[in-house]
Design a protein around this ligand. Sequence first.
Ligand SMILES: Cc1cc2nc3c(=O)[nH]c(=O)nc-3n(C[C@H](O)[C@H](O)[C@H](O)COP(=O)(O)OP(=O)(O)OC[C@H]3O[C@@H](n4cnc5c(N)ncnc54)[C@H](O)[C@@H]3O)c2cc1C
Length: 446
Amino acid sequence: MTRFRARRIPRQLGPAGWNAILPAQAPATPLKGAATADLAVIGAGFAGLSAARRLTQLAPGARIAVLEAGHVAEGAAGRNSGFMIDLPHELTSEDYAGAGDDRAVIALNRMAQDFGRDAVAEYGIDPAFFDPAGKVNGAASESAHAHNESYATHLASLGETSELLDAQAMRALTGSAHYRSGLYTPGTVMLQPAGYVRGLADGLRRAGVAIHEESPVTGLTRQGDAWQVETPSGRLSAGKVILAVNGHLESFGIARGRLMQLFLFASMTPELDAGTLARLGGQPRWGVTPSDPMGTTMRRIDSAQGGNRIVTRTCAVLRPGMRAARADMARAARVMQRKFDQRFPQLAGMQMEYAWAGHLCLSLNGVSVMREIEPGLCAGCVQNGLGTARGTLTGMGAAELACGATSAITRHFTAQAEPKRLPPRPFAEIGANAVLRWKEWRAGAE
Ligand SMILES: Cc1cc2nc3c(=O)[nH]c(=O)nc-3n(C[C@H](O)[C@H](O)[C@H](O)COP(=O)(O)OP(=O)(O)OC[C@H]3O[C@@H](n4cnc5c(N)ncnc54)[C@H](O)[C@@H]3O)c2cc1C
């Protein structure tokens, strides 16, 4: 008998701002008592909901259930910055350059975007939550500007277009005089991430998929041909199971000692009134990633996306126990306020309405875990901080594996190596956090 026990259940720190600015959701319907399904998905983030949607396509009429520990859009799916990026964007590198085949990665990321676009059309998701507006890689210093120039040359060699914006154009876009220049790339889809995943969940419910929130899976046992999936108040028997829990894969004892469990932090202003918007200037929607991966991401959203607001994201901390501390949050909130004030002196000191931590995970060698773990148990996990696109892909791929289908996605991820083993704790943790702080410092104004 094969058995996996979940040693940890997700715990969130701070509100998921993107979800908080949308209307309240219907109450949860936790799994209660004994139930059966043909296919079960654990986790309702980008990967889990994409897996469920792909299952509806590959196995029409099958009984599909999704089990989520918390609520849809309350996990990392409602806490990220919403950049669904098509180009290579390797967070562990110094400059986002991918190590592998950039063209293949771009093609895959665009498949994820197409899948999302089709879902938006089919499920009637608000188009403001899936905006193909592109993004800008901002540069505050000369060296970052040079970096953007070489990135543009690399993109041109791949046949990808980009446009260099000067300081004036950056100010006209963002209202901020902070940026020396920016590199606009048109292919990023800008999500209202909570709105998009809620739209996916609503569409799946209408298609007959059972979504059980407040249903943390505590154990998985193989009995005969089926998996018994346990939650505190129920038990589901399913022929096939997909684990779409990102870093919590390790909580089930899989890929132990191989995943870097990170927390990133973000904050969101209150709704900006007309006077504040006039002082701010710039356009109503834009997204700026930093030219140094350890720098600060900024976004401006508008009333169709949950209010005229600015979102700031910066700071990273490694927490192998998958719990961020209040002290981590307090420090990040101070840094985010400073970054916001530097970029928008005309709004300096503005009190943020929401500040939160979000969990993600990376592997040292940048690989995901999308494979059959045991007969009938597939994983779509380890998104390396790029989960809007890669989570969509690993979810789709895990569903394909569960249905015995193959595609460019399954071929790509099943050919990847295992995540590399991490150095032993606690030195690795102390060392990694020191390196993160140093990289944060080195990113300076970026
Ligand atoms: C501040 C921040 C900014 C980010 N910005 C971006 C960005 O701009 N673009 C981008 O692509 N990525 C970004 N990311 C990363 C992105 O959010 C993640 O990569 C993505 O959410 C991973 O998707 P997922 O579906 O694999 O996992 P998750 O979104 O984490 O979903 C997994 C789900 O599984 C559930 N779960 C876990 N254990 C159990 C269990 N035992 N039982 C039941 N359910 C369980 C969790 O509650 C969770 O809802 C950011 C992350 C953060 C924190």
